[in-house]
Design a protein. Structure first.
Length: 432
């Protein structure tokens, strides 16, 4: 099997869609000899912050000298990003080889696995073959019925936070969503809570008590002396001075979760030095999270795609970008999914918006650019819909350069690669 054939096979089951449940992934893993039983997992769920938290933890463990697997979704530019070993994407050859092996067992199933289940099994088999000391495992959707939850135990379960997203599947209350996320808690395995409303944390603690699992909270009040600029962020947390290259004020909270996680892991007998923490945090990189794509004009991409994420993005605009303009407003390029609370999200951004360039991400769930522009218009903001992402990017970059106004690109992670490529082409002169 070639790399191309592997991807074609993996994507060939997309018609199955999302089918929550652990029956198929359990069957597939059993047929494979349960490769997941050979790994020690740090399981990460939550509404927002899962990726950043997972990347930082992975980076710290690598700095300590461990062999570390990392499983995340969705990918940003290349499929291989979803499965990483010691910070490097799975190679094309390894992906093809492992996929060919897993295919033999998957094809024999009467109820075939979904795409995400197939990818999860491929990751488990790959991490087993690479003899990982730890695997940082990011849940896909929810937790209780997510295919990653086929694992029988974890060194630590982390729930980064609870907010409204995917309510049609996970529930319409914080408590209901927390119940789904809390499904990753394993008997006797510690669990750490990030930013959770009281009713959500109560559900998580009750679940931990039922499972005999120690439950910890992240004390965000211990974040002090925050200094944030486009060069990075420094702050103090519980007596430690912390420096991170990741931008966005929300990264201070994600880092606080990571630092608390490290302390719990030490209690569990896992060696993590202060040097590994410091160096690992400084080495952590995570695309599409308030990432600078271009400095002139200043173009930033942030994958905020739900109400909580847009709230954080608005806070970041005020902190980092509003001081760069006389009126505090920025230009925005945005594409969103129609099943999100897009009207509320647009209402949060409207006071900060000068011009908005609306685009349609390449996804069947996308809200049309024209419908998004009309919603901005209803909020009194000048907005126009574009037929393609490239057209929108070219217009937004041109206007932002002329006006010396920052441009922030918001919305779905599905359009990151297209936006980044279009910005590059514009800078090379194609759109000028």
């Amino acid at each position: 099997m070639t790399y191309k054939e592997a991807l074609e096979y993996i994507h060939s089951v997309t018609w199955l869609g999302s089918r929550p449940g652990l029956e198929r992934i359990s069957d597939l893993c059993d047929r494979l000899g349960n490769p997941e039983d050979h790994c020690r997992f740090i399981h990460v769920a939550g509404t927002n912050g899962k990726g950043s938290t997972s990347v930082m933890l992975s980076s710290i463990l690598r700095r300590e000298g461990y062999t570390v697997g990392l499983f995340t979704s969705p990918y940003i530019e290349q499929f291989n990003e979803r499965i990483r070993l010691n910070g490097e994407n799975i190679t094309d050859g390894d992906l093809a080889e492992v996929t060919a092996y897993v295919k033999t067992f998957a094809d024999a199933m009467s109820d075939p696995p979904t795409e995400f289940e197939l990818i999860t099994a491929i990751a488990f088999e790959y991490f087993k073959r690479k003899n990982c000391d730890f695997v940082v495992l990011e849940a896909g959707l929810g937790g209780r019925l997510d295919s990653t939850n086929v694992i029988k135990g974890s060194v630590l379960s982390i729930i980064t936070g609870i907010a409204f997203d995917h309510t049609a599947i996970l529930g319409s209350t914080h408590a209901a969503i927390a119940a789904e996320k809390a499904g990753i808690i394993k008997a006797g395995c510690p669990v750490l809570c990030g930013e959770c409303p009281p009713e959500a944390e109560e559900v998580i603690r009750d679940r931990a008590d039922e499972r005999g699992s120690p439950c910890y909270s992240t004390d965000f009040a211990k974040i002090t002396n925050v200094s944030a600029s486009l060069r990075g962020t420094t702050f103090d947390f519980d007596g430690q001075h912390i420096a991170i290259p990741l931008l966005g004020l929300y990264q201070t909270k994600n880092t606080a979760v990571v630092l608390t996680a490290c302390r719990i892991l030490r209690k569990e007998g896992i060696r993590i030095s202060d040097d590994a923490v410091r160096e690992g945090l400084m080495a952590a990189k995570w695309s599409a999270r308030f990432e600078i794509l271009r400095e002139s004009p200043l173009v930033i991409y942030d994958g905020a795609h739900n109400v909580q994420g847009i709230g954080s993005a608005a806070e970041n605009i005020r902190q980092y970008l509003s001081p760069l303009t006389k009126d505090g407003r920025v230009n925005i390029l945005m594409g969103v999914m129609k099943d999100k609370e897009y009207s509320e999200m647009i209402g949060m951004l409207a006071p900060l918006s000068e011009k908005v360039y609306c685009v349609t991400p390449n996804n069947e769930r996308s809200l049309s650019a024209d419908r998004e522009a009309a919603e901005y218009g209803a909020h009194g903001v000048s907005a126009i819909g574009f037929d393609s992402i490239e057209e929108g990017v070219f217009a937004a970059c041109r206007d932002s350069l002329e006006e010396r106004r920052p441009l922030i690109c918001l919305g779905s992670l599905y359009m990151y690669a297209d936006v980044k490529a279009a910005v590059s082409r514009w800078c090379e002169g194609e759109g000028r």
